[in-house]
Design a protein around this ligand. Structure first.
Ligand SMILES: *Cc1c(COP(=O)(O)O)cnc(C)c1O
Length: 431
């Protein structure tokens, strides 16, 4: 008889064939330590690993699984689409329909193009912004993630008005040199930058509510200034709603702030768990894309019929009346319960949430910048993460990630999570 498959044995095997044993770095548990769970299947709010252990899942594939895992309507749509062939490389009626739905839920999206990942969508939106404006420089904010295209893997230079440096090996310095990196939520910095360089800036790209540095809200005042400054200086405002789109509200963060970006980047929820993403925006800009315009962009699997079927099925679910109200209520209930349980044990924990997305910080105050997020208590987070995992609750294995609730996280699931948390905070309180 062969030895039973364990997370440990698979992780050792994986590391011989796959760099770090994973196909995306955060899955490796490097920040929290330990062995990642190898998942066999998932259903509703639960994931099951290869050892047969069950976890309440608060990662939701990092955002897409808003209706829970293996939702019967999504699975059926995928199965039906698959029997009609997996790809055509020719247009379909379903991709027209999903484009129409995206326009309907997000008024800033007058036209849209489908791609296969958020990285590809952000990269394409950036090229389009540069092609449309005829400018090279772009602005991003510390702590925001927009996928791993070269121009977006950039950290701040030595001073406010100096162009950025690569944040990854392999990114040419002269590519990074076109990206300026400013502090999130800092009105003064963006005003200063536009005053000195406004005419060079093609676009400002931002996560309206940042979900790649835990969960940090952009202030309404800062977002208003970004919109005004872009308009004044002929730069495009690009909202990366790959995470927040159809997650914090049906219409994304745009609906909450009442701000209309020029371009929008989407992914995660819109693909229902399949590789699909999109970028869209003002028609006048989108019409600069090939084959109409001079900005080239293409994809063999773009608008893939199986991915579109999964996305459409999940979109039908989230558009039902009351979906986001119930999701938001469940998330708030979880956050309030966690804060109460932490306070009961004398643990400093603050939380924030919007729709089905949340943040947890082992700190005394909510952060508004990346450096504030980084000052939270990492040791407390690590111990909490492992104490929860042991008790069957799977949180993001990094203090710099947001968490996600699905519509299948019902009262009983939230209650079970809070019971686990109470025990986990007790472990923390013992020190
Ligand atoms: C996940 C994410 C991306 C990248 O999407 P991928 O599909 O992983 O390439 C881009 N922007 C934001 C805000 C994201 O959360």
């Amino acid at each position: 008889m062969s030895a039973p498959v364990t997370n440990q044995s698979l992780f050792e095997r994986a590391q011989r064939s796959i760099p770090g044993g994973v196909n995306s770095p955060v899955r490796a548990f490097r920040q929290v330590g330990g062995v990642p769970c190898f998942i066999e299947r998932a259903q509703g709010p639960y994931m099951f690993d290869v050892e047969g252990r069950r976890y309440i899942d608060y990662i939701g594939s990092w955002g897409p699984m808003i209706a829970g895992h293996a939702h019967p309507e999504v699975i059926e749509a995928v199965q039906r689409a698959a029997t009609r062939s997996l790809s055509f490389g020719a247009p379909t009626a379903d991709e027209v329909e999903i484009a129409e739905v995206l326009r309907e839920v997000m008024p800033a999206v007058e036209m849209v193009r489908l791609v296969s990942s958020g990285t590809e969508a952000a990269m394409s939106a950036l090229r389009l912004a540069r092609g449309f404006t005829g400018r090279d420089a772009m602005v991003k904010f510390e702590g925001c993630y927009h996928g791993h295209a070269d121009s977006l893997l950039v950290k701040a230079g030595s001073g406010l008005l100096t162009f950025g440096n690569p944040s990854s090996a392999g990114v040419p310095a002269d590519v990074a040199a076109h990206t300026l990196v400013l502090e999130y939520n800092n009105v003064e910095q963006i005003e200063q930058l536009f005053a000195s360089r406004g005419s060079q800036i093609a676009c400002v790209i931002v996560e309206p509510i940042a979900g790649n540095m835990n969960f940090v809200r952009g202030s309404a005042q800062w977002h208003r200034r970004l919109r005004e400054l872009c308009t004044e200086h002929g730069a495009l405002l690009v909202w990366d709603e790959v995470m927040t789109g159809l997650r914090v509200a049906l219409g994304g963060a745009q609906q909450l702030y009442g701000i209309r970006p020029d371009l929008v980047v989407l992914g995660k929820v819109i693909g229902g768990g399949m590789p699909m993403a999109a970028f869209g925006g003002r028609a006048e800009i989108m019409q600069r894309l090939s084959p109409l315009g001079a900005v080239y962009q293409a994809g063999t699997l773009s608008g893939n019929p199986v991915a579109v079927a999964a996305g459409m099925a999940q979109l039908r679910i989230v558009r039902r009346p009351g979906f986001y109200e119930a999701l938001g209520a469940a998330t708030r209930r979880l956050m309030q319960g966690l804060e109460r349980a932490a306070a009961h044990r004398g643990v400093s924990l603050r939380t924030d949430c919007e729709g089905g997305m949340f943040g947890l910080y082992f700190a005394d105050a909510l952060p508004s910048t990346y450096s504030e997020v980084a000052r939270a208590d990492l040791e407390a987070f690590k111990r909490f993460f492992h104490a929860m995992l042991e008790r069957g609750v799977y949180l993001a294995p990094s203090m710099f990630e947001a968490g996600f609730v699905s519509s299948t996280h019902d009262d009983a699931v939230i209650e079970a999570t809070l019971n686990a948390a109470d025990a986990a905070f007790a472990v923390l309180a013992k020190g």
